[in-house]
Design a protein around this ligand. Structure first.
Ligand SMILES: [Zn+2]
Length: 215
């Protein structure tokens, strides 16, 4: 069995993959009216990307970056693709309910993300991840002891469940011991996040013209 990658190895792999592979694809995507979301499937042992994809909603509103990536991964010939459980799943943005299900059905036992739902809503002006989970899935408990405050303070989904464990890049950084390496990685995360400012602006300026239902 291969050794479990350390948080620091994962962070380097995610940031390198984002800068070298995901952002160039995203730049093309937003120029054609697609959202900024991207994903990568990495080999658990080498941490090299096996598949990288971005959002393709101008073709279909279901082609989120993660779904596109899973589809392309499963389109590889079976002798050229590891089992999903031997890979690491990375999403630039915390996966929505569609993609959480896609990751589950795809057989992945983990996923990691750079931006949280709150950042997607507040920094990217895309509120639908939280909106859908609250509106579609947040069922009030039949127990009379649950107050409306209890309901709204419930987590939106199980970040650790029998199928997978989800962690953010911030969680990984927080797990590092204090010191120079942590400071450097913290700085690099900020720099990579900053690279999304222009991509987000391009999407926001052009949205509404392509007929995407939840633009
Ligand atoms: Zn999604």
């Amino acid at each position: 069995m291969s050794p479990t990658p350390t948080p620091s190895q994962l962070l380097h792999a995610f940031l390198d993959t984002t800068v070298n592979s995901i952002i160039p694809l995203t730049a093309k995507g937003v120029a054609s009216g697609c959202k900024v979301f991207g994903a990568a499937i990495l080999d658990k042992e080498t941490l090299k990307p096996i598949q990288v994809a971005t959002n393709d909603e101008t073709v279909s509103p279901l082609l989120h970056g993660e779904i596109n990536c899973i589809q392309q991964f499963y389109s590889l010939p079976s002798d050229q693709r590891p089992l999903a459980k031997d890979t690491i799943f990375f999403a630039t943005h915390e996966p929505c309910s569609l993609c959480l299900s896609g990751i589950t059905w795809g057989g992945f036992d983990n996923h990691y993300y750079l931006f949280t739902y709150e950042e997607t809503r507040d920094t990217f002006a895309i509120p639908y991840d939280i909106d859908i989970l609250e509106q579609v899935f947040r069922v009030p408990s039949l127990s009379s002891s649950e107050t409306p405050t209890d309901l709204t303070s419930r987590p939106l989904y199980n970040k650790s469940n029998k199928f997978w464990t989800a962690l953010s890049v911030n969680d990984l950084v927080a797990s590092l011991v204090e010191g120079e390496e942590k400071d450097q990685l913290e700085k690099r995360v900020k720099e990579v996040k900053k690279m999304y400012d222009g991509l987000s602006e391009t999407y926001q300026n052009g949205k509404g013209e392509k007929g995407i239902p939840l633009a």
